[in-house]
Ligand binder design. Structure first.
Ligand code: DON
Length: 321
């Protein structure tokens, strides 16, 4: 544990710079999400040395949504192995919206595990292996990622399942293409449950720090997935995590990241920190506006961009703590 005063000052400054930004709208296509309070804003940073720095509404719970895709890809890699996983998903950015109804026309698999098609394919592999126990396997995994007890938000789950027409269409498309092997309804339900797990920005930062720490939760010391899996996850996050904004994000922030439609966003500075943010108003790509802007500012202030000639991120704990 170190002296976090410099880092705290920067995070506070970035929070204050963005708190007045009220642009964008909360997600509308899931009725329960359309009702959420748009105002909360929280930023949490968790270091691999177990320091946690927070500002704003970091205890406010929200559903993990697409951020779960990142970790479920990792879980599938660890439990099922890369060979089989990459027969069921690609690793190419799609350049399309997260819920686009499409497969890679050359390989006939979903473009990547960050878009809905690819995530459904990963949940399907887990269901094929664990059947009715899959929900518990997934919940235990997320609890280990953040070292806290978690639960599913039943209202969001039901609301999303009742309106999951596009995800059902995708799952049926993949069933027809031989990527999903039957039990379509059960698999869409499992995927929707994984998206409805409730977390807060602090827990998200710890999950991200587990990625920064190559799969070992720095706070509990527990190995949650292997280092090679961390490499796969971070690479796909870097190229595909922000959907059709992924390219511009790479230019502006230069860190692997993943967003969710409830307004969560996590970013990772390899070997150093995990960042968890929450603010529900979204842009047209489904990314939180305040959280995105806050990451741009954090990257600028702290020199986090991986390819910046003034990069400090890769050894930032030596600089700032
Ligand atoms: O399947 C869906 O549409 C949602 N459960 C998750 C989408 C999502 O979070 C996209 N992210 N920005």
């Amino acid at each position: 544990m170190g002296d976090t005063r410099i880092l705290s000052e920067v995070i506070k400054k970035v929070y204050e710079k963005n708190i007045t930004n009220k642009t964008g709208n909360v997600a509308q296509y899931i009725p329960e999400l359309a009702k959420v309070d748009p105002e909360p804003f929280g930023i949490a940073v968790a270091t691999v040395n177990k320091d946690i720095i927070t500002v704003g509404d970091v205890e406010k719970k929200f559903t993990i949504q697409s951020i779960s895709k990142t970790f479920i890809f990792g879980l599938a890699l660890d439990l099922i192995g890369p060979e089989k996983v990459f027969q069921h998903v690609g690793a190419e950015p799609s350049g399309e919206a997260f819920n686009a109804i499409e497969l890679d026309p050359v390989k006939n698999v979903p473009y990547n595990p960050m878009v809905n098609a690819g995530a459904l394919s990963m949940s399907s592999l887990i269901y094929d292996k664990y059947g009715n126990s899959s929900e518990q396997v997934i919940l235990d995994f997320f609890e280990n990622l953040c070292g806290e007890k978690l639960s599913i938000n039943q209202q969001v789950y039901e609301s999303e399942l009742n309106t999951a027409h596009r995800n059902r269409a995708l799952a049926h498309l993949m069933n027809g293409a031989g990527i999903i092997n039957g039990k379509v309804d059960e698999k869409v339900a499992l995927y929707t449950k994984q998206c409805s797990i409730e977390i807060n920005a602090k827990e998200l930062a710890i999950m991200a720090s587990t990625l920064a720490n190559f799969g070992t939760n720095p706070y509990t010391g527990k190995s949650v997935f292997g280092p090679i899996t961390a490499r796969y996850i971070l690479s796909v996050m870097f190229t595909c995590g922000m959907y059709d904004y992924a390219g511009r994000w790479a230019v502006d922030v230069g860190l692997p990241a993943k967003s969710g439609v409830s307004g969560g966003l996590m970013a990772v500075v390899n070997r150093q920190i995990g960042i968890g943010l929450y603010s529900p108003r979204l842009d047209n790509s489904g990314n939180s506006i305040r959280a995105t802007k806050a990451c741009v500012h954090l990257a600028e202030e702290l020199g986090l961009h991986a390819f910046e000639f003034t990069n400090k991120g890769s050894s930032m704990l030596d600089f700032y703590i």
